[in-house]
Design a protein around this ligand. Structure first.
Ligand SMILES: Nc1ncnc2c1ncn2[C@@H]1O[C@H](COP(=O)(O)OP(=O)(O)OP(=O)(O)O)[C@@H](O)[C@H]1O
Ligand SMILES: [Mg+2]
Length: 246
């Protein structure tokens, strides 16, 4: 089986009605590194993630995986959202169900589901209804579900929004373990501490455009665009240096 990555975005635009949400974004994502997408609200980060995951098609431009086999594409990449999509069943049954959908033989499902729960520290709540778990537990369950299928790539859209510092640290530990297992991580966050802890490289978007892409430490030390500088300093858009006329 050819490697799934790199993923190449070639001049990708997404237009809704008259609005250009993403404007000619070109980007190559390679295996092995943790990529963190940063940018202000409405920059187009979630739309970009959904495009990469194949949930929506670009209006123009192309999204190309190294392995273009469609069935392997679905199987080999996973996505975790800010609010996980779980079924009205126990935590364990949610995982068994995902394994069934993935075509895992029935005899293996119980063992693999329990193993996945254990890896995220949720064994004690295996039989509780998934929808009654706390936000942090639900997010760990969603991560267990993605992780147990050993995807080549995992997309995460603000997985720790609304979580307390302890739950956030726990999620970060799990994301790190998934990375250590060889899964490419592509994460969107507004938590700059989290970006510093988890990122190898930063991709910075604003106004639907890719403004900056650099090694993480360098991005935080020395952002090169006015937009990134303004975001890091928490400045308002109308005070951005680029808007000041000469
Ligand atoms: N399917 C769609 N049709 C029309 N407009 C959309 C669609 N999806 C998103 N948008 C718009 O595109 C813009 C970018 O949205 P997106 O959700 O990608 O932003 P974001 O960078 O993820 O922001 P946040 O940090 O708030 O999550 C927003 O103005 C949003 O309203
Ligand atoms: Mg978003």
């Amino acid at each position: 089986m050819p490697p799934l990555l790199p993923l190449v975005l070639d001049e990708v635009s997404f237009v809704a009605g008259r609005r250009t949400i993403l404007d000619r974004v070109s980007l190559t994502l390679t295996a092995g590194t943790r990529t963190v997408l940063l940018g202000p609200n409405g920059a187009g980060k979630s739309v970009l993630l959904r495009l990469m995951h194949g949930l929506i098609p670009p209006t123009t431009g192309a999204v190309r995986w190294n392995d273009e086999n469609a069935s392997s594409l679905r199987r080999r990449q996973a996505m975790v959202f800010q609010r996980p999509v779980l079924f009205r069943r126990s935590a364990l049954a949610n995982l068994r169900f995902a394994l069934a959908v993935a075509g895992v033989p029935r005899v293996e499902r119980e063992y693999r589901a329990r193993n996945a729960l254990a890896r995220v520290g949720l064994s004690p709540i295996a039989d509780q209804p998934a929808l009654r778990l706390s936000g942090g537990e639900q997010q760990r369950l969603a991560l267990a579900r993605a992780w147990m299928l050993a995807p080549d790539v995992l997309f995460l859209d603000e997985p720790t929004a609304n979580l307390d510092p302890g739950s956030t640290a726990e999620i970060e530990r799990i994301v790190q373990a998934i990375h250590d297992g060889g899964t490419k991580i592509v994460l969107v966050t507004h938590n700059l501490g989290q970006a510093k802890r988890l990122a190898d490289e930063i991709v910075f978007l604003s106004g639907g455009r890719l403004r900056e892409r650099s090694e993480a430490a360098r991005f935080f030390r020395q952002p090169t665009t006015a937009e990134a500088l303004a975001y890091l300093e928490g400045e308002l858009p109308w005070r951005m240096p680029s808007d000041v006329s000469p």
